[in-house]
Design a protein around this ligand. Structure first.
Ligand SMILES: C[S@@+](CC[C@H](N)C(=O)[O-])C[C@H]1O[C@@H](n2cnc3c(N)ncnc32)[C@H](O)[C@@H]1O
Length: 453
């Protein structure tokens, strides 16, 4: 990363326009022995056991998730969640194929796609500093931790940055600029109280001091180069102070006298054990439904809430499939989009084949094809002698519409998969049985309605 500031990028990787740089930056940093050492001590602090279920929030390239996966073994489960699709893609690509216990899902750390108490341990490194609402993140991480489980949160504190040489006043203003460039650049020192505020207990806070004596490494790893430039551009230090500082640092580096240090803090906290009578999930409290304030919900209220949710989910699912979308300025109805999708997946298929796949008449497909040709999404092509008749070929707009549709479904599936992966086997089986009954019930209702017509 030379041009773009790291803090600005990691807050919203996908929209930063610098995803590839941020991925490359993490890959580089992850290989440094000092970073590996911090990560190893964090894993130890998690107190992992074989078979544990662990969440790694803000997983980035999934390095911690993979190493945690080795510790919990094939009977364990590790879910790496990240708000960036590009990071999740990179994490999936980097994952060791043999680590079936490790999975990745797109998700926001303030609204994790996981039930209360789903994990035995939760790990989050360098996530809070890039988040505007660190207190909400910690509360959410504590929510998904089971009673008795352990949270390990690791964050740098940019206010502890020490640089030598440099005029003390200039360095002080630079440090203040760097810490202020992050949404929560002083977060390291706040970790203990943040975990306490989220209801965690037995909190310990440990320092990890990173020392660098190689200027080029500090410029890259600590983003010091862009920070010094940005501080000068913003007026925090003057242009002349910037030049003098860079020259002093370069001179010192040549003499082997450059020094940089910063403290990262690791806070470890546990979720209090649930009282034995707390619910139907036994001593761990797993499976206990809770209100937002943490008290168990009354069974009747829970049933009402579930029915309410179910109606909303059915309505939302129908809306997703019903609403028209606009791609490249071209408005497509849901049925047109499905035909475009079908044409993209089954390039050699004739019109009758598409009609059969989509459950509509051939006449309806012919009409849709005409409209889609007018909208510039596809063209009909026919090879002389091919008895299947015309086939459909997508234009650039058609291909983009199909890719949008595939991505929409992939995103929903990713998130649902994240929730399912975090569940216990018996929870999944109960859900499967429920869905089967729900499906049968809906199919029966449709049949009864058709009979009444
Ligand atoms: C500095 S990287 C750290 C990655 C990883 N934890 C590590 O130590 O290598 C911060 C990560 O947090 C992710 N992130 C930022 N905001 C997030 C949010 N609201 N929810 C989940 N992840 C988020 C970013 O996409 C990025 O991958």
């Amino acid at each position: 990363m030379d041009e773009q500031s790291v803090p600005a990028g990691f807050g919203d990787v996908d929209r930063s326009g610098a995803s590839a740089d941020l991925v490359a930056y993490l890959r580089f940093v992850n290989h440094l022995s000092q970073v590996r050492g911090v990560k190893e001590r964090s894993r130890r602090a998690l107190g992992l056991r074989s078979g544990d279920r662990v969440l790694d929030a803000g997983t980035g390239l999934g390095l911690d998730a993979g190493l945690i996966g080795l510790e919990v073994g094939p009977t364990g489960l590790v879910l790496g969640v990240d708000a960036s699709r590009d990071m999740i893609r990179a994490a999936c690509a980097a994952k060791d194929a043999g680590l079936g216990q490790v999975g990745f899902a797109l998700g926001d750390a303030v609204a994790l796609p996981c039930p209360d108490g789903a994990f035995d341990a939760v790990h989050a490194e360098r996530l809070l500093q890039v988040h505007r609402e660190p207190a909400r993140v910690v509360a959410e991480l504590a929510r998904v931790l089971r009673p008795g489980g352990r949270l390990v949160s690791v964050e740098p504190d940019w206010g502890t940055m020490a640089i030598d040489p440099g005029a003390p006043d200039v360095v002080r203003r630079l440090v203040r600029y760097c810490a202020g460039a992050f949404p929560d650049g002083w977060t390291g020192r706040t970790l203990g109280r943040r975990l306490r505020a989220a209801g965690l207990v037995d909190i310990q806070v440990e320092p990890e001091v990173v020392v660098l004596t190689d200027l080029s490494l500090a410029l890259k790893v600590m983003n010091l180069g862009p920070f010094i430039d940005e501080a000068a551009a913003s007026g925090a230090i003057s242009g002349e102070e910037r030049q003098v500082l860079l020259a002093d640092l370069a001179d010192a580096d040549r003499e082997g006298d450059f020094f940089f240090a910063m403290t990262t803090f690791r806070a470890i906290g546990g979720r209090p054990e649930a009282p034995p009578s707390a619910g139907m999930g036994g001593p761990t409290g797993k499976g206990v439904a809770r209100s937002d304030r943490g008290s168990p919900l009354a069974p009747d209220q829970l049933v009402l809430d579930l029915l309410d949710h179910l109606s909303r989910i059915v309505a939302l699912g129908a809306a997703i499939e019903r609403e028209p979308v606009e791609i490249d300025g071209c408005r497509l109805s849901a049925s047109e989009l499905h035909l475009v999708d079908s044409a993209s997946r089954y390039a050699g298929m004739g019109l009758s084949g598409h009609a059969a796949r989509l459950g509509v008449t051939r006449g309806a497909v012919t009409q849709m094809v005409r409209r889609l040709e007018e909208k510039g999404c596809l063209v009909r092509v026919s090879d002389p002698g091919d008895r299947r008749g015309a086939r459909l070929a997508l234009t650039g707009t058609g291909r983009r519409a199909a890719a949008w549709h595939v991505a929409l479904h992939a995103r929903i599936e990713d998130e649902v998969r994240g929730v399912l992966v975090a569940m216990e086997d018996d929870e999944r089986e109960r859900l499967l049985a429920f869905f089967s009954r729900f499906e049968t019930m809906l199919a029966r209702s449709i049949a009864e309605r058709d009979e009444m017509k």
